[in-house]
Design a protein around this ligand. Structure first.
Ligand code: CA
Ligand code: CA
Ligand code: CA
Ligand code: CA
Length: 439
């Protein structure tokens, strides 16, 4: 079924069986490392031709590994199921530039893993840079605020971590496929305010397919969406040091089935949602549609602080069927006059059929967040009665969800990312495809 959704690159991914091996010397340099498979340094960036990473090697990212160019010399990076990519330092990261694609299609039995080169047990946040994908979908912040001006052109922004330009005029742009991909121990503070995240979607378009993807133990945010229209299903963000899911500069995508779980040692917000700090009404406005999220804060001893969902700087959002539980500061906060105005209009910023359960559910502001949430259809401030991240047998979330309204969303009549029976973080044998190493 997934095959039908994405054109050429996807077909190529499925037709290439793991029957051949990429010769390391063609794309990099063989290197002696203490891995369980031969190691190959990817040190011939920029890669301007199609490239396949086969699962018979461990591929060592060396510096900025760029699949280029910027809408020229475009290439496709194909990664076989079960393939591992590693990095040695925060400078090592994988960049898919505008016009190029990544086709990383793992399986529940053989996910694609991008991780630290250190041995298991010695890994920590920020051991390598992360994954950055840039596309040609709209972003905001270039002073093109008049949405009715047909001559306004499109906005391009400069990506974090010296990743080049992103954004453009094609909402349907495709940067490829990410499926059963785990990104862990990534992130790098290049300079203050310029950080590599676990996965950065920079102006990525809706032609891209994202399904079953985890970011674990990142040094900055788990997933960060910088504008764009990319949609996603089955996202897992665990133990990331800053925000588990962060958006800014006009993200207009959709997401369903999202599990966020913080760790006690460090964490900021579950969701940190911005439009644009400098120009809070910038167009296109951040306005994602999100359903079936389970957002779990850190409640134990440690430095984790933060809020479940922080909506600010003029963001819109349509949030349904979501559980927010256990954040030390609060479950829900809305900052800035522009954001409060959207919350007041009854359609631009809404939360419905959702459950909050924090010691302090709502921040006290000029805007009455308590009444706003309680006035939303189907909302409850109550114990969701979870067992782990699953709904327990007596959970009030069972059967309380709002049916889907948009063809992107799968049918789900419950609140939260899981239905109380099936656990999509496991494969058919009951084994986790996600990384479960928790610090
Ligand atoms: Ca970030
Ligand atoms: Ca952040
Ligand atoms: Ca942010
Ligand atoms: Ca506040």
């Amino acid at each position: 079924m997934a095959l039908l959704k994405v054109a050429g690159a996807m077909l190529a991914a499925s037709l290439v069986a793991p029957a051949f091996a990429t010769d390391c010397s063609e794309v990099g340099t063989p290197v002696e490392r203490n891995f369980d498979k031969p190691a190959c340094m990817l040190n011939k960036s920029p890669y301007i031709s199609d490239l396949t990473l086969t699962n018979d090697h461990i591929w060592v990212l060396t510096g900025k590994v760029a699949i280029v160019g910027d809408n020229q010399n475009s290439a496709t990076l194909l990664i076989q199921p079960g393939t591992k990519l590693v990095g040695d330092s925060g400078k090592d990261y994988l960049l898919i530039r505008r016009g190029s694609q990544i086709v990383a299609q793992g399986t529940a039995n053989a996910p694609i893993v991008m991780t630290s080169s250190k041995p298991v047990g010695q890994r920590s946040r920020g051991d390598w840079g992360g994954l950055v994908i840039s596309g040609n979908a709209p972003v905001n912040g270039c002073g093109l605020e008049d949405q009715n001006d047909p001559t306004r052109g499109f906005c391009e922004l400069k990506g974090e971590g010296d990743s080049g330009l992103y954004g453009g005029g094609n909402p349907e742009d495709s940067s490829g496929v990410l499926e059963y991909v785990v990104v862990e121990y990534a992130g790098n503070e290049v300079t203050k305010g310029d950080e590599l995240n676990g996965i950065a979607f920079q102006g990525v378009g809706s032609g891209t397919e994202v399904n079953y993807v985890q970011v674990h133990m990142g040094f900055d945010d788990g997933f960060e969406f910088f504008g764009g229209t990319v949609n996603a299903k089955h996202l897992v963000s665990t133990c990331n040091k800053d925000d588990s899911l962060d958006w800014v500069f006009g993200w207009q995508g959709k997401a369903q089935f999202v599990l966020i779980k913080q760790c006690n040692d460090f964490a900021n917000n579950g969701i940190e949602a911005d439009n644009n700090d400098d120009k809070r009404n910038s167009y296109p406005r951040s306005m994602p549609t999100l359903s079936n999220m389970t957002i779990l804060g850190a409640t134990g001893d440690g430095e984790a602080t933060g809020q479940g969902i922080l909506l600010r700087e003029g963001t819109g959002a349509k949030i349904y069927n979501t559980i927010v539980k256990g954040f030390k500061k609060s479950c829900l906060d809305i900052d800035d006059a522009e954001t409060m105005e959207l919350a007041g209009d009854g359609e631009s910023l809404i939360i419905e059929s959702s459950i909050v359960d924090c010691a302090t559910n709502f921040e006290t502001e000029d805007f009455d967040i308590t009444s706003w949430f309680q006035g939303g259809f189907g909302n409850m401030a109550t114990d969701p009665m979870l067992v782990g991240h699953q709904l327990g047998p007596d959970s009030p979330a069972i059967g309380a969800g709002e049916p889907p309204f948009d063809i992107f969303f799968d049918f789900a009549d419950y609140i939260g990312a899981f239905d109380g029976v099936n656990d999509w973080t496991e494969n058919a044998n009951g084994e986790k495809w996600i990384s479960t190493a928790v610090k």
